[in-house]
Design a protein around this ligand. Structure first.
Ligand code: F0G
Length: 463
């Protein structure tokens, strides 16, 4: 057995499987799987600063990668097996301008800008790991369902490496054009099914279970191993100190699950002495987790969350044909597949969940962008969440808060343009149906004749 193995997260099962197996659920009990490690057999540095030695050997691609330079913390592959395209060159940026508007002390608000990844979203952190595993097990064909970013990410890894073909399943609804165009450009076979993301994911899971196609959604435990590295880089950006809060948008809950696992392992290894609190932000129109946690009191419960309660809620969803609906199309998800792992992360990180409206999301997206950090709507949910938690006094002015900006601004320019335009038709079509009644942070273009006097008048410069 190698130093890594797959393991069922259910404490009454806890079955283990070889890393060479292709699994997206426990064959014995159907629960989610973790990738776990025999830590005694891995030469993990004694302190996190030990990873800094890789800064000087960056010409080696696996030392350059913002994921694999921490490879002792996800040691399921040998150096030779690793597939990397230079992911994870992302930055943690202190943002006092935005912090001030949230009545936070200077030096307390940070944005982790994952839009700088090769495909423009945090997904590349996970896809490098899933691609590595796909190559290890000899997969020739890979697939995912996606609200857009997962498909762009899988498509770029397939395109750049040429190791495997890829099929992406997208819903026929709201996928942002920036993302869809990436999958098409990178050569993915793109199947647009009639239905939404939840339908597409159920379909692709079924197809991958019946055919030799390797599934790259976040039920793939190897993907989440790569996403742990976002937290390693946050700690790195803070000089290896732990912030008070990590704030992340919640969709399929892969990121929040991965972050929780990262902190569980770092604590276990003695590499950190405390963990940050986790705030998962749902869009109000896709608030399954928020409802489960805040209304129904669902808890991790030592690995035994109330399954009957979860099943009953999903049956009701089916009966009433309830569909997720939000302008933040990336997180338009009603059945988060990593629910149990996210509950575990919430428990371990003393976490909370909150939901924010589309109005709050797109206003906050614009507020973030106005400080020079463009992001897509889902990422705007983070600052909307911080605003609420500041208003409620849950986050203090002196707390150090890190918001994860999950996707790049250029992923969804249509919505940005609708927000900034003065065009009533565009606003009526794109924003009003989602309940957005105003665009207070709009910066519309000023249309003037090509005439100096008219331009100076528009600029308010008197002659
Ligand atoms: N932010 C962005 C930009 C995303 O694309 C996603 C998920 C999330 C947040 C939510 O992350 O699922 O880990 O809770 N996008 C997926 C996709 C579902 O298909 O691209 P999560």
């Amino acid at each position: 057995m190698s130093v890594a193995f797959q393991q069922c997260i259910h404490p009454d099962c806890a079955a283990t499987y070889d890393v060479g197996q292709i699994l997206t659920a426990c064959p014995k009990c159907g629960s989610l799987l973790d990738v776990n490690y025999d830590w005694n057999a891995i030469p993990v540095p004694k302190s996190l600063s030990g990873f800094e030695r890789r800064w000087t050997t960056r010409l080696n691609p696996i030392d350059f990668s913002g994921v694999w330079r921490f490879r002792e913390l996800l040691r399921f592959a040998s150096d030779e097996q690793i597939v990397t395209i230079g992911e994870g060159q992302t930055i943690l940026q202190k943002n006092d301008r935005l912090g001030t508007t949230l009545k936070m002390n200077n030096g307390c608000l940070f944005l982790q800008y994952e839009g700088l990844n090769p495909s423009g979203s945090f997904k590349d952190n996970g896809m490098t790991a899933a691609s590595t595993h796909a190559k290890m097990v000899g997969a020739k064909m890979t697939a995912c369902a996606s609200t857009g970013n997962t498909s762009a990410s899988l498509a770029i890894y397939a395109g750049v490496t040429g190791h495997f073909q890829c099929i992406v399943f997208v819903g026929s609804g709201k996928i942002a054009f920036g993302k869809l165009s990436q999958a098409l450009d990178y050569g993915a076979k793109t199947i647009q099914i009639r239905g939404d993301f939840d339908d597409a994911l159920a379909r692709v899971r079924d197809i991958c279970a019946k055919h030799p196609i390797y599934l790259c959604n976040s039920v793939n435990p190897f993907r989440l191993e790569g996403q742990k590295s976002i937290m390693f880089r946050v700690l790195e950006g803070l000089g290896w100190t732990v912030p008070d809060w990590i704030v992340v948008p919640g969709g399929n809950l892969g990121n929040s699950s991965a972050f929780g696992k990262a902190f569980m392992e770092l604590k276990h290894l003695g590499l950190i002495d405390r963990v940050p609190r986790l705030a998962i932000i749902n869009a109000a129109g896709a608030g399954t987790l928020e409802e489960f946690v805040n209304t129904s009191g669902l808890k991790w419960n030592e690995g035994r969350p109330n399954a009957a309660q979860i099943d009953a809620r999903y049956s009701k969803m089916d009966q009433q044909n309830e569909r997720a609906s939000t302008l933040a199309s990336a997180i338009e998800i009603n059945r988060p597949v990593n629910l149990e792992k996210a509950l575990r992360a919430l428990e371990f990180c003393n976490g909370i969940v909150c939901k924010v409206s589309d109005q709050e999301i797109i206003d906050c997206r614009a507020r973030i962008a106005a400080t020079g950090f463009g992001c897509e709507p889902a990422s705007g949910a983070t600052i909307a969440g911080v605003q609420r938690l500041r208003d409620e006094g849950v986050i203090a002015a002196s707390d150090r808060v890190v918001c994860i900006l999950t996707g790049h601004q250029l992923k969804d320019p249509d919505l940005t343009m609708a927000y900034h335009s003065n065009d009533p038709q565009l606003i009526a079509k794109k924003l009003t149906p989602a309940g957005v009644t105003s665009t207070p942070f709009a910066n519309p273009p000023v249309v003037v004749d090509n005439d100096e006097a008219a331009i100076l008048a528009a600029l308010g410069i008197s002659t």
